[in-house]
Write a protein that binds this ligand. Sequence first.
Ligand code: NAP
Length: 264
Amino acid sequence: MEHRTSPTPTGADQQKNQANRLAVLVTGASGGIGRAISQAFGEIGWYVGVHYYQNESAAETTLGQVLKVGGTGSTYAADVREPESVRRMFDQFSRNTQGPIAVVCNAGIGQSELLVRHADHIWDNVLATNLTGTFNCIRAASKVMMKQRAGKIINITSVVAEMGNKGQANYCAAKAGVIGLTKAVARELASRNIQVNAIAPGFVETDMTATLPEAAKEAMLQAVPLGRVGTPEDVAGMAVFLASSEADYITGQTLNVDGGMVMA
Ligand code: NAP
């Protein structure tokens, strides 16, 4: 079974994609970056599993956008911290499709707290959502992908995993964990033709960053050589590329989409 697509398909490619039901599950698709990623896959005719946790109406809005631009899809609810909840979601998704060809592990939270004041439950929740949640989704998706002998796993980490950030010990540790997880799983699944990569966005304007103090936003902007904040669409373009056959020879990598904030 051939499951390939180009990031810039022709109309004929789009029809072919729909016939093959190329399917992606995007976690956190009720949020800003997940919505843009979902829409970008919709634009190239994929079936999009629009995942949400609590905000069902935002997920319905995302699904509406996917359908409007020519994709198909459904909404799926799960708490990514809970393995059973994630397993049920992937079972349901696989019943509706031929299984995920790509999964974008995008669900995440930030709960900033200075180290000395850091409450245990905040540490646990940030690690559980960002790191264990990604692990739970990868594990569930890989079972189907291994049978298909094809798949693309795309994890959303952050530049702060590479740079560190004051007040974000929990988030930086979790997102750095996602980079290690990406490399380990990339090695483990390579023989099954499954590519595993991470995207590290810089400062992107979404609900997550909307509550940051203006001074913090201004300081972050000063650190961006390209001189502007990122958009969810900037990240979405990279996700679609990594899910395409053009990225078949890329695995275990972290691709920064950050306007040049981090240069290795
Ligand atoms: P957002 O708008 O706040 O969306 C967060 C998403 O995560 C929502 O869909 C939310 O679902 C979901 N979520 C939260 N807790 C969950 C749980 N326990 N189980 C399942 N889903 C859960 O955030 P965003 O800015 O789009 O961020 C998306 C990803 O990019 C995150 O991993 C974030 O860390 C990363 N990132 C963001 C930036 C940035 O500047 N915005 C930079 C670097 C990395 P509900 O709303 O339905 O509950």
